[in-house]
Design a protein around this ligand. Structure first.
Ligand code: ADP
Ligand code: X2W
Length: 258
C-alpha cells in the first residue's frame, strides 16, 4: 500500500475508486467492511473504471487501441463502445453486486443531472477523451445524505451532449475534490507503487515526478499518481493506492477511519 500522507483525522466523506482490474474479484470482506464504514456514519461514493472490459469489447470489434500517458486514445468509432461498456455493462454489474450485498446503490454517469460536465482534454492527441469542468455535488450530497451510495461510471458529458472517455482515476480525484472528501482510496491490482521491485510505503511529489521521468511509473499508474497528487495539493488529507486481492488484507480497515 502506498500512502501519500497520513494524518489522524476524522473521516466523514470517502471516495473509493474500484479499478477495472478489481471489479471481478470483490469479496465478502470488501462488502462487510464497506458496510462497517457506512455504519460509522461515513458517506461513501464509489467510482469505477473498466479497462479490461473495454479491451475485451474493442478486441471483439477488431479495434486496436493506443495508450498515451496512461490515457486511451479514443476515436469516434471507439467512444460508443467505451460508453456502452462502462454504462451498459460494468456499472450495472457492480450496482447489482452492491445491492445484493445489502448496500443501497444507484448507478450514475456524467450525463445524469450533468454529474460530470466535461470538455475535450486535447482532441489532437487523445480524441474523445475528456477533462472534468464541473461536478454536480448537489446530486451526490442528496444521495449520500439519504444513505444511498452513488456508483459512478467514468463517462463525461459535454454541454452539447457528446460522451467523453475519462480515466477512472481522474474521475475519482475530481469527485473527491469536488465533494471535499477526507480520503480517497484507489483500489487496484497492485499493492501501491513498485519501484525496482520494492513497494513504496510513502511517496512525495518530487519522487513521483522522478519516477515518471525515469519510466518507473508508466501506463495506468500515471493517472493514478497524478490524481492522487492533485488531491493532496488541494487539501485532501489522505490518498492511498491499495490492493484488495493480492494481499488478501482488509483494505477498509479500522486504521483507515480513525
Ligand atoms: N511503478 C509502478 N508500480 C506499480 N504498478 C505500476 C507501476 N507503473 C505502472 N504500473 C502498472 O499500473 C497498473 C495499475 O493501473 P491500471 O492497470 O490502470 O489499474 P486499474 O484498472 O486498477 O486502474 C499495474 O498493474 C501495473 O501494471
Ligand atoms: C481515457 C481513459 O484512459 N479511459 C479509461 C476508462 C476506464 C478506466 O479508467 O479503467 P481502469 O480503472 O480499469 O483503468 C479507458 O478507456 O480504459
Amino acid at each position: 500500500m502506498t500512502t501519500f500522507k497520513s494524518t489522524h483525522h476524522t473521516v466523514r466523506k470517502m471516495v473509493i475508486k474500484l479499478g477495472g482490474s478489481t471489479l471481478e474479484g470483490l469479496n465478502e470482506a470488501f462488502f462487510r467492511n464497506f458496510k462497517a464504514l457506512q455504519e460509522q456514519g461515513i458517506q461513501l461514493i464509489i467510482t469505477h473504471g473498466g479497462g479490461p472490459a473495454i479491451n475485451r469489447e474493442l478486441a471483439a470489434a477488431n479495434i486496436k487501441s493506443q495508450v498515451v500517458n496512461g490515457l486511451r486514445v479514443t476515436n469516434e468509432e471507439m467512444i460508443g463502445i467505451v460508453q456502452s461498456t462502462l454504462i451498459g455493462k460494468v456499472n450495472p454489474a457492480l450496482v447489482h453486486e452492491l445491492n445484493a450485498a445489502g448496500i443501497n446503490s444507484v448507478g450514475l454517469n456524467g450525463f445524469d443531472q450533468t454529474l460530470l460536465e466535461s470538455e475535450f482534454l486535447d482532441y489532437e492527441t487523445y480524441k474523445y477523451v475528456g477533462k472534468v469542468k464541473n461536478v454536480n455535488v448537489k446530486l451526490l450530497n442528496t444521495l449520500t445524505e439519504s444513505g444511498i451510495v452513488p456508483v459512478i461510471a467514468c463517462i463525461g458529458a459535454t454541454k452539447d451532449g457528446h460522451a467523453l472517455n475519462i480515466n477512472g482515476d481522474t474521475v475519482a480525484s475530481e469527485i473527491a475534490l469536488a465533494v471535499g472528501a477526507d480520503r480517497l482510496l484507489l483500489v487496484t491490482d497492485v499493492a501501491g507503487i513498485r519501484i525496482k521491485d520494492k513497494f513504496q510505503t510513502e511517496a512525495t511529489p518530487n519522487l513521483i515526478k522522478q519516477w515518471i521521468d525515469e519510466g518507473d511509473i508508466y501506463g495506468g499508474m500515471i493517472p493514478k499518481v497524478q490524481g492522487a497528487l492533485n488531491c493532496l495539493q488541494s487539501g485532501i488529507p489522505s490518498v492511498q493506492i491499495v490492493n484488495e486481492i493480492l494481499t488478501g488484507t482488509t483494505i477498509l480497515s479500522e486504521e483507515l477511519v480513525k
